[in-house]
Write a protein that binds this ligand. Structure first.
Ligand code: NAP
Length: 342
């Protein structure tokens, strides 16, 4: 990425990035289900990093580098960052200096965002108000994908999915998606949307990684049958499926900076040490880092459209994108991985 000083006549000078002309040459984009949308097999999310324990400088450097490498998709949610919304504000400032028509920007609503009965879950009141707030923070007229972030046990599914339809028809989002919906609810959602001829749900965003494989039995057959794309979040188990925790918790890691001692993941790190080391041995034998193998393993399955990573440093994105050089696994490797992770 090259920085160029542009001084349009009569305007104050601006620093405008000039992105790599080869950025589309090697990224093998995948179709998102049966929709028209192509996504990069590795996408970048902002959750706890950008506007959380990493600032705008890191966000900008990572997003620019990602884009130069062909990563066109950036994922947000209303509540990401600290305070909630900060990730959208920070990424919005970066998006201003990027070519909007080449970007797929997503956001979501579902978790607590403001006080009172209209500040979370899946009512039409909350989803529509939240997206309006997100658009302001992001500084865009529309997002490409808007998600219902989590299932709401109390709001009728008709209301939540009807709100997504209204949002797409209003032009504030181009596509609708759901996240964290279990298989049965996903199937009900698809039937409802089909029956009502609502805007199709083209993408599901579940958690999926070597340590969390529930969707293999619960969801993937359904998404495949319905022609719905899948973007797997936390594909590196928040960093545990990298070599960073193999010998304890480094001071600059998410675990040290962000997780409380009591959180599930902090406790998991020592417990998962043997699993991580065994997986690391397989990765090394494949000529990959553990992070690369964890991503390649997700993308071995053609039903997955994209692995949605987070990053704290440009070098992590560069390392992770190299996972795409080998996403084929032998039966023997898969058997060994299953023996460790199932
Ligand atoms: N829909 C949902 O409910 C939901 C929930 C969670 C996340 N998400 C989405 O998924 C995105 C990714 O989630 P995530 O951040 O948990 O993803 P992840 O890719 O599993 O973990 C990202 C973290 O792993 C570490 N890392 C990444 N690459 C590395 C490498 N090559 N070597 C060493 N460490 C590496 C970094 O942590 P360090 O800071 O420690 O270096 C990075 O911040 C989020 O930003 C969000 O968009 C969605």
């Amino acid at each position: 990425m090259v920085w160029t000083v542009v001084t349009p006549k009569g305007n104050k000078s601006d620093i405008m990035p000039e992105f790599s002309p080869t950025r589309y040459d090697s990224m093998p984009y995948r179709r998102c289900g049966r929709s028209g949308l192509m996504l990069p097999p590795i996408s970048l999310g902002a959750w706890e990093t950008f506007g959380g324990y990493r600032g705008e400088d890191v966000a900008r450097a990572c997003m620019y580098r990602a884009f130069d490498l062909g990563i066109t998709h950036f994922d947000l949610a209303n509540n990401y960052g600290l305070p909630p919304g900060n990730a959208e504000s920070i990424c919005g400032r970066v998006f201003k200096d990027m070519p909007r028509d080449e970007l797929i920007i997503s956001t979501k609503a579902g978790y607590r965002m403001w006080p009172g009965p209209y500040g979370e879950w899946g009512s039409k009141k909350y989803l529509i108000a939240s997206l309006d707030q997100s658009l302001k923070r992001l500084g865009v007229d529309y997002v490409d994908i808007f998600y219902s972030h989590r299932p709401d046990p109390d709001t009728p599914l008709e209301e939540t999915l009807g709100a997504l339809d209204q949002i797409v028809r209003s032009g504030k989002a181009l596509y609708a998606g759901v996240s964290n919906y279990p298989g049965k609810m996903f199937v009900e959602s698809m039937a409802l949307v089909d029956r009502e001829r609502w805007a199709p749900i083209i993408i599901h965003q579940p958690r999926y990684n070597l340590l969390e494989r529930t969707i293999e039995s619960d969801l993937l057959d359904h998404t495949d049958r319905h022609g719905c794309g899948v973007i797997a979040f936390s594909p590196l188990a928040q960093g545990m499926l990298t070599d960073k925790y193999l010998n304890g918790i480094p001071p600059d890691s998410r675990a040290a900076l962000w997780w409380k001692e009591s959180t599930k993941y902090s406790q998991l790190i020592p417990k998962a040490a043997d699993i991580m080391r065994s997986l690391n041995d397989i990765a090394q034998a494949r000529g990959q880092t553990l992070a690369q193998m964890a991503l390649a393993w997700i993308l071995r399955d053609a039903r997955i459209t994209s692995a949605l990573i987070g990053a704290s440093r440009v070098e992590q994105i560069e390392e992770n994108v190299k996972a795409l050089q080998n996403t084929i696994f032998s039966a023997e490797e898969l058997k060994k991985i299953d023996a460790i992770t199932l």
